[in-house]
Ligand binder design. Structure first.
Ligand code: SAH
Length: 279
């Protein structure tokens, strides 16, 4: 399903996509200032519902819903899931490209299924860019522990585990947990567990690194509980935040005692970093 969206409706369409499509979509900025969104999927009913939701914003929006007629429908996905180089340290790629060569980059192999986190979304890329930056500044040490909150495909946890940290990924969605476990195996990482749930699973524990790529609303709601799980001198990365929401999220965490965050931006999206948190 493809649609062509004018700038004034981009936020609304992003809201619809975020709520309805867990595994990501393609965004292309067009020469006329519009943005083209493309969503791939196997379930026509879901894509048709999505098309109707988008058209309900403005019936004049142009959409195309088409079936890709390939003998092996998986091939359509294969064209979509190209490798993504994220930050200076990582490349995210699907299993069928795992032997391609990307210099010194750490490979994160993700089998694109229905969980969010193929590396194609800016919010994920921002987290991997920040992790790269933390490596460059020697801010991470092997053996430290981490929490990947809202792990989706497991992409961020796998990245941290490949850096030598050990940790846990949690997600409220069991489908995501199944996909994350499969991806853990593809990456052959041992120091990583996945559990269905949220902060309740890790209550009472403290982490040297917390990564949460969720959305501004839940991140604000969970601010106190997330802060309670940051280890002294720990690191917090929050993502899934639209640029326009970043100040609100930052403020919610400042109310819990953190200083102002360092902000990273990519297109419409922002991520916040607190390094060396001292309460
Ligand atoms: N970490 C991945 C996936 C992010 S998508 C990446 O960076 O690409 C966000 C994920 O958070 C979804 O899989 C969703 O199911 C999960 N999620 C949403 N609210 C949550 C909550 N309150 N606790 C735990 N997981 C949550």
């Amino acid at each position: 399903m493809t649609c062509n969206i004018t700038p004034s409706l981009i936020d609304a369409v992003l809201g619809i996509l975020t709520l309805n499509i867990q595994y990501g979509w393609q965004e292309t900025e067009l020469a006329n200032g519009n943005t083209q969104f493309t969503v791939y999927g196997e379930n026509l009913e879901i894509l048709s519902k999505l098309e109707n939701l988008i058209k309900s914003l403005d019936p004049a929006i142009q959409t195309i819903l088409e079936e890709i007629d390939l003998q092996n429908p998986l091939d359509a996905w294969k064209e979509f899931f190209t490798p993504v180089e994220c930050g200076s340290k990582f490349v995210v790629l699907p299993p069928w490209l795992k032997n391609d060569i990307f210099g010194q980059r750490i490979k994160i192999i993700i089998n694109p299924k229905s969980a969010f986190g193929t590396g194609h979304h800016a919010s994920t890329e921002l987290c991997l860019t920040i992790l790269s930056r933390l490596v460059e500044t020697n801010s991470l040490n092997s053996g430290q522990n981490f929490l990947d909150l809202g792990c989706g495909s497991g992409i961020l946890g796998i990245a941290a585990a490949k850096l030598g940290l050990e940790g846990i990924g949690v997600d409220i969605d069991q489908v995501a947990i199944d996909n994350a476990r499969e991806n853990r195996q593809l990456n052959n990482v041992k120091n990583l567990r996945f559990m269905q749930g949220s902060l309740d699973v890790t209550q009472g524990k403290k982490f040297d690194l917390i990564m949460a790529n969720i959305l501004a609303g839940p991140l604000i709601e969970m601010a106190l509980q997330i802060c309670a799980q940051i280890q002294k001198n720990g690191i917090l990365i929050l993502s899934g935040i639209l640029n326009t929401q970043a100040a609100n999220v930052d403020q919610a965490y400042q109310k819990c005692g953190l200083p102002g965050a360092q902000k990273f931006e990519l297109g419409e999206w922002a991520a916040l970093l607190w390094n060396n948190v001292i309460f």
